[in-house]
Design a protein around this ligand. Structure first.
Ligand code: SAM
Length: 222
């Protein structure tokens, strides 16, 4: 079965037609999404051959080859225009995710009205909250959860009516976007903290704060 962490990520996908899972490793997430009837089809993307062949084996064992395509490539590069209506990226650093989401080949997808973005970064969630805010995405979820004693941030956004939905506009915005690291400290804090500690229960709020304080110290020292 799926880890608690990936189950939470899956729950944030909702019901979609076709999702791309970037950095899929063993394709556990797309397999679960198809099995649970949340998506009709999925594309598991891996930049490394080893994990890609692990994905292929898992998909074959699950007899889901007709529904889940496994592709080699960097981020959105192996996905065609109009193929997907959601993306999941889990278990990697927030800065890597930022690079994936802002690459030229990401634009046809992230500038699509109705597109959903689900992220579970291992760190630097503030950078991703900043990106989402700047592109006008609607926040669906910003949650902390604990799996085997480790706490994780899960983010979910809709590219909706208030978002930049034109590729050229998104490209223009990204070109002019000041890097997160150059923002005034106070502004960075608001993104680093997010809405989480104010809203969630005690224990999670406490853990979230501890982790975020580590990030704050890094910000202050930078
Ligand atoms: N998503 C799974 C999870 O959350 O359990 C696997 C996480 S694993 C730690 C990260 C995977 O992302 C690795 O298999 C790595 O090869 C892949 N990866 C890293 N950068 C990538 C990129 N730019 N495009 C596609 N895959 C990438």
């Amino acid at each position: 079965g799926l880890s608690l962490r990936l189950s939470r990520v899956a729950s944030l996908v909702g019901m979609r037609n076709c999702v791309a899972d970037l950095g899929s490793d063993h394709a556990g997430l797309p397999i679960a999404l198809v099995r649970q009837g949340q998506v009709n089809a999925a594309i598991a993307v891996e930049v490394v051959e080893g994990p890609l062949s692990a994905s292929r084996h898992q998909v074959k064992d699950a007899a889901l080859e007709t529904r889940i395509d496994c592709r080699l490539g960097n981020g959105f590069a192996p996905i065609h225009r109009g193929e997907i209506d959601a993306v999941t990226i889990a278990g990697m650093g927030g800065k890597t995710m930022y690079a994936i989401l802002t690459a030229a080949h990401a634009l046809p997808h992230i500038a699509q009205n109705g597109f959903r973005v689900v992220l579970q970064p291992m760190d630097s969630a503030g950078t991703l909250r900043y990106l989402a805010k700047q592109l006008g995405w609607t926040m669906r979820a910003d949650v902390r959860m604990v799996d085997r004693g480790v706490s994780y941030t899960c983010l979910s956004y809709d590219v909706g009516d208030n978002a930049l939905c034109d590729e050229a506009d998104v490209q223009e915005k990204l070109l002019r976007l000041p890097p997160f690291e150059t923002l005034p400290v106070d502004e960075r804090m608001t993104y680093v903290l997010g809405e989480v500690p104010l809203r969630s229960g005690c224990r999670l709020a406490h853990e979230a704060l501890e982790q975020e304080i580590d990030e704050r110290e890094r910000i202050l020292l930078a």
